[in-house]
Design a protein around this ligand. Structure first.
Ligand code: CA
Ligand code: CA
Length: 212
């Protein structure tokens, strides 16, 4: 068409060529530079990972901390064992007092029937099993006393025979397995004396339990 203005499109320039022109470098140099950049970034990431690992190591338990933990566990275990032992002792002490109540009842019945308590004037804890045998034999001879004796657990009577010792008259034991001592002297005592050797199984020590 005559007189028409023809507008030509601007020449297409590739982005890569643009970079080459702007930075005045070859494409190969550009790629190499980018690769270097990636290596640097990779190095930084490695350093960070190492730093994190170091921090993790620091958060682990040191030897001193381990010792503290072990000590605390040992103290707690000792406390638990101590409390269990205390509860066991208290329960056995209550058991002894219950036996004394029954024995006193049986002794009262014996006194009602005979007008006196079984005689056992010797004061010697070494002979406690023999003293206990005397008491058991006497109480068993009176029906109303024997009825009360039968309420006492079999586990507290005649333990020595259960372990194969020579057959001897039965006697009474405390929950720790020591024969109960019995003493009554009509000339000096108002009421018979019953004694358990207590937890330490020895007579004459502070933990002895007496009915008086
Ligand atoms: Ca015996
Ligand atoms: Ca004792």
């Amino acid at each position: 068409m005559p007189g028409a203005v023809v507008i030509l499109a601007p020449p297409q320039v590739s982005k890569v060529k643009n970079l080459v022109i702007l930075d005045n470098r070859t494409f190969a140099e550009f790629i190499l530079e980018r690769c270097e950049g990636l290596k640097v970034a990779d190095g930084i990431l490695n350093e960070r990972a190492q730093a994190m690992n170091t921090r993790k190591y620091k958060h682990g338990l040191t030897l001193v901390e381990m010792l503290v933990v072990v000590t605390v566990i040992a103290i707690l275990a000792t406390m638990v064992i101590g409390i269990a032992s205390l509860i066991d002792t208290q329960s056995k002490e209550k058991g002894v007092k219950s036996i004394f109540v029954l024995m006193e009842g049986a002794l009262q019945e014996y006194h009602e029937f005979t007008g006196s308590f079984p005689q056992q004037p010797e004061k010697n804890f070494l002979n406690a099993p023999a003293h206990s045998e005397t008491l058991y034999r006497e109480l068993s001879s009176i029906p109303s006393s024997r009825d009360i004796l039968e309420k006492i657990s079999d586990s507290l009577i005649e333990i020595e025979n259960k372990y194969g010792a020579a057959q001897t008259p039965p006697e009474l034991y405390d929950p720790w397995g020591t024969a109960l001592d019995y003493k009554y002297d009509i000339l000096s005592d108002n009421f018979p004396e019953l004694t358990s050797a207590g937890r330490d199984k020895k007579f004459g020590t502070a933990d002895d339990i007496n009915n008086r």
